[in-house]
Design a protein around this ligand. Sequence first.
Ligand code: 13P
Length: 277
Amino acid sequence: MYLNLKELLKKYKGETGIGAFNLHCMEMFPYIVKGAQKTNSPVIIQTSKATAEYIGLDWLVSTAKLYSRQIDLCLHLDHCTDIGFIKKAINAGYSSVMYDGSYLSYEENVKNTIEVVNYASKFNVSVEGEIGNIGGSEDGIAEKTNSIVYTKVEDAIDFVDRTNIDALAVAIGTVHGLYNGKAKINFGLLNELTDKLEDVGMVLHGGTGVSDEDFHKCAIKGMMKFNVGTELNKSYIDNINKDFQSATPTTSLRKLLNNANESIEKIVEHRTNIIKL
Ligand code: 13P
């Protein structure tokens, strides 16, 4: 079924955390779905603005709706700072969007997030917001884990109250991209956040490099959406680098992509399995 983020989180609360996988190219789409199906899990497929522009909003929405006949699926726009583009994605049929105003002053972030929520609610589209600074890079460059600005509980409560968002990206010790060191997750902070904000879906960003044990522990402690991006990109490139070395112009391109595609399925299968409760 094609669901928005709020509906998806509500349906699976107490049963499983939900994997949100960043799509980097069209080929990955069916393999993300297959991986989630292996563990009977729902799935969130998310794109950056750049990926959405590369592939095309209409292709993404049509494909998401096609696959949602076989699986509970949400199509989400990840980390978007451009409200005009968010509206385009909503108009095209995305079921969920993230407005990222974490780089702005707190008050500006609140104001812009409210604008996005007001627009999205007319189309039954969910909204994820962010406060604090998760840090890191989506381009494969690691950030030191000691540069994170942890989410303050009182800010999170105020932000959710005023914006009415459905999901909140929290900075609890993970960073985007490849880690320089092991992620130091502040489980005490996560406990406090999930205790005080029961009605909003808590989102873990920077899933790449977080250990299986920590992933599972976050799910137990009430984290609901688990973002994984770099791990898919890295695995795809590692496989392509290896397999294309011996390619000639007549080698089947399809066969050359086999290992890369299957690696996506395996990562999604593994990650969705460890966030089950
Ligand atoms: P990683 O690339 O570190 O897995 O993070 C993905 C993410 O949080 C996307 O918003």
